[in-house]
Design a protein. Structure first.
Length: 341
């Protein structure tokens, strides 16, 4: 004879199980009429709910523990930059007051950096064409071309800074004004020579003459001079004539850029931490609200089937153990600094 399987036992927190336990305890007048202690089943409901709360709390604590050290590390870096920023700002203000003027930089710093990078990129293919004539392996050609593509603009930058700080402003402006037409004119002549050489080689379908080769060499030399001169002039006008004021100004710009980048990272990490805290609090509140609903269902059922008055314990809300909440991250909008409350 086939044996039928018994239906699975209901879960401890199912509504049917709670009603059944409430009815059973109510018929037996449990808890007693003068009891201030919750019934055993009610305590079990609260304990079951707190197990879920503990799981949520532990999971959130692990996520926050991974983010908090990162936030504190970036916050210490921000504090270090703030400590360096103020003395530098004071020295800049003192030097500006001594000179009676603010910093004078006709060419913006970021445009100057972009131009130097562009010149280096443009110098690379020009030198690659030249070094391929040596017949060396391809990787050596790239190494030699990259060396010059980096060296020529950087040398121009350093010479431009040196001229800006070492000679009077008027003399520097005159020197730049005289050399600019020469460098640009030489570059235009070089481009014209290269164009004529290309046209001649296409028409004659042969190798250019020796004289054309010499002109080609001078043309490439003139183009390199233009790259060097452009880097020098850009660097010359991207700095202040006074070396101390220029140094303090660029130090402030560098610290401010670092400070802004760190603040952005702190803001992102801080928002993640606050989000984790708010999410954990919301989930824990929902879990405890569900426990309150289950306890209320048990009490209502219990009172419906009791023959005596309900006990004083039914007049008190369920008591939950306090939780030590995590400190939230605060971002101060006035000075954009970050700290932990």
């Amino acid at each position: 004879m086939m044996r039928l399987k018994s239906p699975p036992a209901s879960s401890f927190t199912d509504e049917g199980r709670i009603i059944a336990e409430g009815q059973k305890d109510g018929e037996r007048n449990i808890p007693e009429m003068g009891s201030y202690t919750p019934a055993q089943f009610e305590q079990a409901l609260i304990a079951n709910g707190e197990q879920e709360v503990h799981r949520l709390y532990k999971s959130a604590s692990m996520r926050i523990a991974r983010l908090a050290p990162l936030f504190h590390a970036w916050h210490r870096r921000l504090q270090d930059i703030e400590r360096r920023f103020q003395p530098t700002s004071d020295r800049y203000a003192a030097r500006a007051q001594e000179l009676g003027r603010e910093v004078t930089i006709p060419f913006p710093f970021m445009l100057h950096v972009g131009l130097i990078l562009f010149l280096g990129i443009g110098e690379f293919p020009l030198n690659t064409v030249v070094f391929r004539l040596f017949g060396e392996p391809e990787y050596l050609t790239y190494v030699m071309a990259s060396t010059l593509a980096i060296t020529i603009p950087l040398v121009g930058v350093f010479i431009g800074i040196h001229l800006r700080h070492s000679i009077p402003r008027t003399a520097g402006n005159i020197l730049v004004g005289l050399l600019t037409p020469i460098a640009v004119g030489g570059a235009l002549f070089a481009i014209s020579v290269l164009r004529n050489t290309y046209i001649f080689s296409q028409v004659s379908q042969g190798v250019p003459a020796a004289a054309s080769s010499e002109k080609l060499a001078y043309a490439l030399f003139a183009l390199n001079i233009l790259v060097f001169f452009a880097a020098m002039v850009a660097s010359f006008f991207a700095h202040d004539p006074d070396e101390k004021l220029d140094f303090f100004h660029h130090a402030l710009l560098t610290l401010d850029r670092k400070r802004h980048a760190i603040r952005k990272k702190l803001y992102v990490i801080g928002m993640k931490i606050n989000g984790e805290i708010q999410q954990a609090k919301s989930q824990i509140e929902q879990a405890r609200a569900l426990t309150n609903e289950r306890v209320a269902l048990y009490r209502q059922t219990n009172m419906r089937f009791r023959r005596l008055l309900p006990p004083p314990s039914f007049r008190k809300n369920p008591e939950f153990p306090p939780l030590e909440w995590w400190p939230e991250v605060s971002l101060n909008s006035e000075d954009e600094s970050a700290h932990v409350r």
